[in-house]
Design a protein around this ligand. Structure first.
Ligand SMILES: Cc1ncc(COP(=O)(O)O)c(C=O)c1O
Length: 434
């Protein structure tokens, strides 16, 4: 179909009014013109294809340097895929298989789009920020939060991050998003971040907490178009059997006409493929064919104007796992390492002196978050430096008074000692002796 910007906008507005209403000025402008990649895509398989600027063997195959080709055991089509450009929205088979992976156990009636490939999750988040952020847009983020949300939404697009406490009286606070949006003018579109298992918290909500969060999000959507970004970086890393593992995305998809769930996920943590840079962007709305094409046109425009095209090598390697039928079992083995570390750190935290450090609730993911009691008046950056300089220990400081331990990257038997060192460091700086 030959489209222009107005056609794309009109089609999207008709098929997904809330999504369209929440678009930023950039989001409205986005349009993927039928230029080189689109024309090359259409010419694929023709006997004479002189469209795109790639070096081929004359029959569409890649011509890799032998020393690089030797690094991969792939051959045939997969080797070509790895060395040539990926289609702009991603390799079709990867997108379809990832959709199948995402939808394990999800009822057929729950809507979700064919995922678009991103260069890791950060890129997916920055695409969401480009689509829905911008000056004057409120982005609700329960605090403490992963600092890169500020870079992607506020620093790059000028959106205003509005926070509310993620924990209250030592418990998860399901009303945080609604609270963070309480001052935003009625009717104005907004964005909300939902990240479970969380970074830096290492927390996934219980069934009751999730129900309450869902209720409050639907209530917000009664008053404004609401884009809910489910950052599922740590999907599946839940250690308590009573706590749901599935993404909140599936409980929000199709649940309210003014709520637009967006799933940001990918291979980085879920497939232990940090360097592969493969992420996905999926929308939980029933778009119909035309509006889905309009949305994909806008997403392609964003990818084309920033990355050019997503990483083919990462996608091709991920494809091997998605096709293998073994991904679930292999991931379980990797996650068991994370779980052993989680189980090793728990008793060490139980022994912590609560006058020095208070662990926030944690039951999932890669991290433990410790709060320094306010009355100690200690800057977490000062604690971090002290641990580096005097205790041979590195952790992350998060303002105004948190310390984050990445349990995922420390051997289980080293974790109790690490926790003891953190406690000792805080005790020294607080001038308390035992
Ligand atoms: C919550 C969260 N979202 C997104 C990301 C980014 O993932 P990626 O490395 O794929 O960009 C991270 C990485 O630490 C994260 O913790």
């Amino acid at each position: 179909m030959s489209w222009n910007t107005d056609d794309v906008n009109r089609t999207l507005e008709a098929g997904a009014p809330a999504l369209y209403a929440a678009l930023s000025p950039l989001g409205r402008r986005l349009f993927y013109p039928p230029d080189i990649p689109a024309q090359a895509q259409e010419a694929k398989g023709r006997s004479f294809n002189g469209t795109i600027g790639i070096f081929t063997d004359g029959a569409g195959g890649a011509v890799p340097l032998p020393s690089m080709a030797a690094a991969l055991t792939l051959d045939g089509d997969d080797r070509n895929r790895a060395f040539l450009y990926s289609p702009v929205p991603g390799i079709r088979e990867v997108r379809e298989r990832w959709r199948g992976w995402q939808r394990r156990g999800v009822a057929a009636s729950v809507p979700s789009t064919l995922p678009v490939v991103t260069a890791g999750l950060t890129h997916g988040l920055s695409m969401v920020a480009d689509l829905f952020g911008g000056e004057g847009r409120t982005v609700a983020v329960p605090a403490p939060f992963w600092g890169n949300y500020r870079q992607t939404f506020a620093l790059r697009t000028g959106a205003a991050v509005s926070t509310a406490p993620a924990y209250r009286d030592g418990h998860f606070h399901p009303g945080a998003v609604a609270e963070a949006l309480s001052a935003a003018p009625e009717g104005e579109p907004a964005v909300a971040m939902v990240n479970f298992p969380s970074n830096p918290g290492g927390y996934a909500p219980t069934r009751g907490e999730r129900d309450e969060l869902r209720r409050t999000l639907l209530e917000v959507a009664d008053r404004r178009p609401l884009v809910v970004v489910c950052d599922d970086a740590y999907a599946g890393l839940v250690y308590d059997p009573e706590v749901p593992r599935e993404s909140m995305f599936w409980e929000l998809a199709g649940a309210h006409e003014r709520l637009v769930p967006v799933k940001v996920d990918g291979a980085t943590k879920e497939f232990s493929f940090f360097g592969g840079r493969v992420g996905f962007l999926t929308f939980g709305v029933d778009l119909g064919e035309e509006a889905a094409a309009a949305l994909e046109n806008k997403l392609s425009s964003l990818v084309r104007s920033t990355l050019g095209s997503p990483v083919a090598l990462g996608q091709t390697i991920l494809l091997q796992a998605l096709r293998s039928g073994k991904a679930e079992a292999e991931i379980r083995e990797v996650f068991e390492i994370a779980e052993r570390r989680y189980r090793a750190v728990r008793p060490a935290l139980d022994d912590l002196d609560r006058d020095l450090l208070r662990p926030l609730p944690f039951n999932a993911g890669f991290f433990v978050l410790l709060e320094i009691p306010e009355k100690l008046g200690l800057d977490p950056q000062r604690v971090r430096r002290h641990l580096l300089d005097h205790h041979d220990t590195g952790i992350v400081a998060i303002a105004p008074r948190y310390l984050r331990i990445a349990t995922c990257s420390v051997a289980a038997d080293a974790l109790p000692e690490l926790v003891r060192r953190v406690e000792r460091g805080v005790r020294e700086l607080a001038g308390l002796t035992r």
